[in-house]
Design a protein around this ligand. Structure first.
Ligand code: OAD
Length: 231
């Protein structure tokens, strides 16, 4: 049974209306990473950080999955082997599109995390400064998203999956953030065929066996059709 491991990034949700980070006008041209996506930034100005993620949580809750999310769910359902989706995205659009067991390596906007005791719970729409932890009571609630300088989630599981991959695809990601950008090398070491589906070539494009450029809502369903049709 061929195992497929898929890494997704902000580009797969772009056509659902969620802005990417590094494209023109993207989130990192409007906000400084140091301010809104580091533990130090949160310590300095928790109101700014909670406000940034509160706005993104509202946006993500209003967004609908697109044809690319739905195609990956179809692949998961119809492929005879395992299809593992690893996403850097903090939205829930893979699940809304029908996918299951998605590994959110950068966390999720739907979650809150206690910076004091590590307890996790469902985030309210609007998290407040000093959001109380329902477990230990500390006023230390933060978004359950991974910030720069923190360890992404599920890394052991992800490397185990990559070591067994027959096919590896990276979709809608610029290849600028590690460790995700190096997953292609793990997959190559495992003997996987590798394909990049992106609007523009990523920073690690030369590592891939195959590339398909275009909007994810078109390239991903076509790729899935080929995989399922060629069997
Ligand atoms: P980026 O914003 O870095 O890259 C988005 C990629 O999507 C680019 O390569 C675009 O060419 C591509 N793209 C844009 N529109 C697309 C479309 N309609 N169809 C297909 N591709 C499209 O986003 P990520 O690579 O996801 O981490 O960024 C990785 C991480 O950096 C994020 O998870 C976040 C960010 O800082 C943290 O905050 C920890």
């Amino acid at each position: 049974m061929e195992k497929i491991v898929i890494l997704t990034g902000a580009g797969i949700s772009a056509e659902s209306g969620l802005g990417t980070f590094r494209d023109e006008g993207g989130l990192w041209s409007q906000h400084r990473i140091e301010d809104v996506a580091t533990p130090e930034g949160f310590a300095r100005d928790p109101a700014l950080v909670q406000g940034f993620y509160n706005a993104r949580r509202v946006q993500a809750a209003q967004a609908q999955p697109n044809e690319a999310h739905r195609a990956l769910a179809r692949l998961q359902r119809d492929w005879p082997g395992e299809v593992v989706i690893v996403t850097q995205n903090v939205d829930g659009l893979h699940e809304a599109g029908g996918a299951s067991d998605v590994l959110h390596m950068h966390g999720t906007l739907a979650g809150a995390l206690c910076a004091s005791c590590g307890h996790r719970w469902t985030a309210p729409d609007q998290m407040q400064v000093g959001e109380p932890c329902p477990s230990c009571g500390a006023p230390a609630g933060r978004p359950d998203v991974v910030w720069f300088g923190e360890m992404p989630y599920f890394m052991d599981q992800i490397y185990d999956h990559l070591a067994e991959a027959s096919i590896f695809a990276a979709i809608g990601t610029s290849g600028q953030v590690y460790p995700a950008a190096a997953f292609v090398h793990e997959a190559i070491a495992a003997g996987a065929r590798t394909v990049e589906l992106n609007l523009d070539p990523s920073a690690v494009v030369s590592s891939f066996d195959e590339t398909r450029f275009g909007p994810a809502s078109e390239t991903v369903p076509a790729w899935v059709d080929e995989l399922l049709g060629n069997r």
